[in-house]
Design a binder for this molecule. Structure first.
Ligand SMILES: C[S@@+](CC[C@H](N)C(=O)[O-])C[C@H]1O[C@@H](n2cnc3c(N)ncnc32)[C@H](O)[C@@H]1O
Length: 282
């Protein structure tokens, strides 16, 4: 397919199954594309599907877990918008899901919301236009950067052009910290240190608390696909919080149990091996 990814419509980028821009290595599995496969998307390639199928053998509930993770993200954003938050920094964005992205949920409450998305996977960059469909009252921007280099995000001109760092914002790290094993605490400390008081931090993180053997098999399978991941205990997830930040109700919860809809049927925690939390800078 000719032309830059930015010359095509989001629909073209989204529906051309099996096509990838030349800079994308489709010979190896990537976490964003495996996640897309679990969610039933079409932005994945044979190596991703092979890796994802192996992971599904190791941990058969993965599709439930992925759906619940995305549902948590959307509940979290909606909750923050209801609290009046109108700026978001969403790191580890993932491949866009039509109508179910951070700006869609936030701008449904506050149309003037401004969102900066960050991911390091070229396939997410290729589909970024679908993230740039902001309500005209607000704004969205996309930064191609690695969370392991927080200064490349904090110092990026698109960040400072789009968000007002002197006002509270919400920093989202939903299911991305498991992909930076051993680095989460240090990265969080740097990303949060200059945020304005009243800012929020929302994150989810994989855990082996509910099914130690299954999650160990899952981590092993990802490693065999070349992707290093980590799981944390409930205490370990709570300890991720930098000093000066306090947990907000309902605290650290298995994802489906984090402010569920009143009529929601909650899956067994074994099926959703992750905790979520929301915290506020005092
Ligand atoms: C499981 S997906 C989560 C997507 C989205 N946050 C959600 O919850 O639906 C993890 C995302 O983190 C991204 N990611 C992994 N390692 C990263 C890194 N070092 N820097 C930036 N993004 C990363 C992947 O490319 C992928 O898009």
């Amino acid at each position: 397919m000719p032309g830059s990814v930015f010359d095509r419509t989001p629909e073209q980028n989204a529906i051309v199954e099996g096509w990838a821009p030349p800079e994308i290595d489709v010979s190896r599995a990537h976490s964003a594309r495996m996640y897309d496969y679990y969610l039933g998307g079409k932005t994945n390639f044979p190596a991703d599907r092979a890796g994802a199928e192996q992971a599904l053998v190791a941990f058969p509930h993965l599709r439930v877990g992925a759906r619940e993770n995305r549902a948590f993200l959307l509940r979290l954003v909606r909750h923050l918008a209801d609290l009046g938050i109108d700026q978001f920094l969403d790191i580890g964005t993932g491949i866009p899901v039509e109508g179910r992205n951070t700006h869609d949920a936030a701008q449904a409450v506050i149309p003037a919301t401004r969102v900066v998305y960050v991911d390091n996977d070229p396939i997410v960059l290729a589909h970024a236009r679908a993230l740039l469909t902001s309500h005209e009252a607000g704004a969205t921007a996309y930064i191609d950067a690695d969370v392991r280099e927080p200064d490349s995000i904090l110092g990026h001109p698109k960040l400072t052009e789009t968000l007002d760092l002197d006002r509270p914002l919400a920093l989202l790290l939903v299911s991305v910290l498991p992909f930076v094993p051993g680095r989460a605490t240090e990265i969080l400390a740097r990303l949060t240190e200059s945020l304005a008081p009243g800012s929020y931090l929302g994150l989810s993180h994989m855990t082996a608390d509910f099914d130690p053997d299954g999650v160990r098999r899952l981590i092993d399978t990802y490693r065999e696909s070349g992707i290093r991941t980590q799981a944390l205990t409930e205490k370990g997830v709570a300890e991720l919080l930098p000093s000066g930040w306090e947990l907000v109700e309902p605290g650290v919860r298995n994802l489906p149990q984090w402010l569920p809809a009143p009529d929601a049927e909650l899956p067994d925690p074994v099926q959703v091996p992750a905790y979520g939390l929301l915290a506020r800078k005092v």
